[in-house]
Design a protein around this ligand. Structure first.
Ligand code: 7RM
Length: 647
């Protein structure tokens, strides 16, 4: 932990939307004291076809959350039409930067609206109606945001499955929410991978998804793929004949906008459901103030749209604000480790938002990749997805930001819809590694294990939120009871985040990480139970237990303890088949970094695996093992220590 404090420069503060801690505190206190008046005023930033009757209504015991009830609006209208109507149709809305540095495209608001209306008509032609679920399994290509906004236009609910997920994962997600349509692409390109088999994975999934009626295929690479007569259509062919006018459907504030699956502590991913009005208000409001977005700025968030960060801060928040938003198909190290900085230079990026894992990977390659590029357009830097530690914070600040760009370390979750803890760049004195203070309207608390609020400063506990905010998820699709159990039942009256946090002597929040069985690997959220399940499917495996360990680049690595069936010997072949099984069941991003075979797992007499011990061994913290007397067979601990592989 650093004691050094980095205050915003006068030059930045003077021009900032929130320019002092005094302004922050006044606005914040007001937002907490008069939440209804506050959020009513904020909601005026978007266009409603009918005003709401009631600003908010929530009950954290029943898990009932409503914002702007009775209000009517359309998200695609708010992200596109209204900017065109206001005379900004020729402004660039979207810059697409391809994997290949020579490929890019720009879309004005006029052009994006044109594509969205046409694709909305394509969807209608395929029988999609308001409330139907549409799945998207794509890489970072412009048709992805087009399809999202087209869904929003006609009231269809999108469910995006990150393009690195396997056919099995895709199948399960499609089935969980019975999607009617799947949108994918022939093959994908990413870094040195020039033929990612998107359509063929989609075909494998769709073989076992009775609800899918049609598959729309974008031609990205021109690679030949199988097309099933009557079921599959090419994006470009249906677009060629689609009508260019499609009126936005008037939606209720609480109509669903999208489902996004995320990992929890059980094996079954949760379909996080977000709705229309509150989500748009919250993402646009946070995007503007936290990134200090001003007209004409070029804003780049490097996330994949397959995760919540891309939904909220590449597509919906920025476009609602009439921002120019950049999307990138590639990876930070292709063609070389300077790619991010090439893109910053090429498109003259003003706000740059990325994950600490990317910074660590780039930092270790040295500064030549940075200093050889012109980064003078940068005004602000952002971080998301995991704690940013001091070394990469300082590197980001000094080498990328040349000591002058504020860094916003933004803490939030798929479930929160938008940023919850964050500095305001023109106001907040920064401490490297701290997400600092709550955003307007957000009431964080620290709880004891028993659910008591911990007052004062210089304390630590479980991070929970006391009152609702407009971007909050509304339910787990198809399982409201699980929604209540996961987020509200344990600590009645609070939304429980699953994270631990510390509040330091000055009231700054420091996230200490998940307190449940969820890992954060390269900023990707991975449930240990899912990984265990997929290891268990490899032939010869009897049982698996997965924990995280500190990893220099990934933040957390995946450490798997595996017991084999009697008669099966440990071998590299078994290891390979375990890795193959995880890749097949979930995707390559969930592959364990370490596999340790063991004759048995440390279990209590009632058969519960003691993960605390497994974590200690994975972290190589062998002299602080704690009490092991409740184990059925304590001698297993020494065996595990002895056979621990060197990492
Ligand atoms: C946006 C996103 C959520 C989990 C969350 C935390 C961790 C996210 C930060 C962070 C420390 C941050 N959604 N997390 N941001 N930890 N500092 N600034 O990542 O649903 O995929 O993950 O990520 O543990 O609970 S997510």
């Amino acid at each position: 932990m650093s004691d050094q404090i980095y205050s915003p420069s006068n030059a930045f503060s003077e021009k900032a939307l929130v320019s002092s801690m005094n302004d922050y505190r006044n606005l914040y206190n007001n937002s907490i004291k008069y939440p209804e008046a506050f959020w009513a005023e904020v909601a005026d930033r978007i266009t409603w076809t009918k005003k709401w009757d009631n600003v908010r209504d929530f009950d954290f015991v029943k898990g009932q959350i409503k914002w702007y009830e009775g209000g009517k609006l359309n998200v695609s209208y708010n992200c596109l039409d209204r900017h065109v109507e206001d005379g900004h149709g020729n402004q660039t809305a979207l810059i697409w930067e391809g994997n290949n540095p020579e490929e890019d495209e720009t879309y004005t608001f006029n052009e994006l609206l044109h594509e969205v209306q046409k694709f909305a008509n394509v969807l209608k032609g395929l029988g999609v109606e308001k409330g139907d679920r549409v799945c998207m399994y794509m890489q970072m290509i412009p048709q992805l945001p087009v399809a999202m906004l087209a869904c929003a236009r006609i009231g269809a609910v999108h469910s995006i499955v990150f393009g690195a997920f396997s056919a099995e994962s895709l199948r399960d997600r499609i089935n969980d929410s019975s999607c009617k349509i799947l949108i994918t692409q022939d093959t994908g390109v990413r870094g040195t991978k020039l033929n990612i088999p998107m359509k063929s994975n989609a075909d494998k999934a769709v073989a076992e998804t009775p609800s899918i009626q049609h598959v729309v295929v974008v031609q990205r690479t021109g690679e030949s793929v199988d097309m099933t007569e009557g079921r599959d259509t090419w994006w470009h062919e249906s677009m060629a004949s689609a009508d260019a006018v499609c009126k936005p459907v008037e939606m209720d504030a609480e109509d669903p906008l999208f489902i996004l699956y995320t990992s929890g502590s059980t094996g079954q991913p949760k379909g996080v459901l977000h709705t229309t009005g509150g989500y748009l208000v919250y993402t646009s409001y946070t995007h503007e103030k936290i990134f200090d977005y001003k007209e004409g700025d070029i804003y780049w968030c490097t996330a994949d749209i397959g995760w919540i960060t891309g939904h909220s801060y590449i597509v919906y928040g920025p476009l609602a604000n009439r921002a120019t938003t950049v999307m990138f198909e590639g990876v930070p190290n292709f063609p070389d480790y300077g790619r991010f900085w090439d893109v910053v230079d090429k498109h003259k990026i003003n706000q740059f938002y990325t994950a600490p894992t990317a910074l660590r990977a780039l930092m270790k390659e040295g500064n030549d990749h940075v200093t050889s590029r012109d980064l003078s357009s940068l005004r602000l830097l952002g971080s998301v997805g995991e704690p940013i530690k001091e070394p990469e914070w300082k590197w980001y600040h000094e080498i990328i930001g040349k000591g002058t760009c504020p860094i916003v370390d933004t803490w939030w979750q798929t479930e929160t819809g938008g940023i919850m803890l964050t500095p305001l760049p023109g106001a907040t004195p920064l401490k490297p590694g701290s997400a600092t203070f709550p955003y307007f309207g957000i009431e964080p608390v620290l709880l004891t294990e028993e659910g008591q609020e911990i007052d004062g400063n210089n304390v630590a506990g479980l991070l929970a939120i006391k009152t609702s905010w407009p971007g909050q998820m509304r339910t787990i699709y198809g399982d409201h009871d699980r929604f209540i159990q996961t987020y509200f039942a344990m600590y009645p009256g609070y939304y429980f985040t699953g994270d631990g946090a510390r509040r330091d002597k000055d009231g700054y929040y420091w996230i200490t990480g998940r307190v449940d069985d969820v890992l954060n690997v390269s900023g990707h959220r991975i449930g240990t139970a899912e990984v265990e399940g997929s290891i268990g499917k490899a032939i010869g495996v009897a049982e698996a237990a997965v924990v995280g360990f500190q990893h220099v680049i990934k933040g957390q690595g995946i450490y798997a303890y595996v017991t084999l069936m009697t008669g099966v010997d440990e071998s590299d072949d078994i290891k390979a088949s375990i890795l193959a099984s995880v890749t097949k069941e979930i995707g390559p991003h969930s592959k364990p970094d370490v596999i340790q075979f063991t004759p048995a797992l440390p279990k209590t007499r009632s058969g519960k695996i003691m993960r605390r011990i497994l974590r200690k061994i994975a972290e190589n913290e062998l002299d602080s093992m704690g009490d092991i007397s409740t184990l059925a067979d304590p001698s297993i601990v020494q065996k595990l220590i002895k056979t621990r592989p060197a990492i």
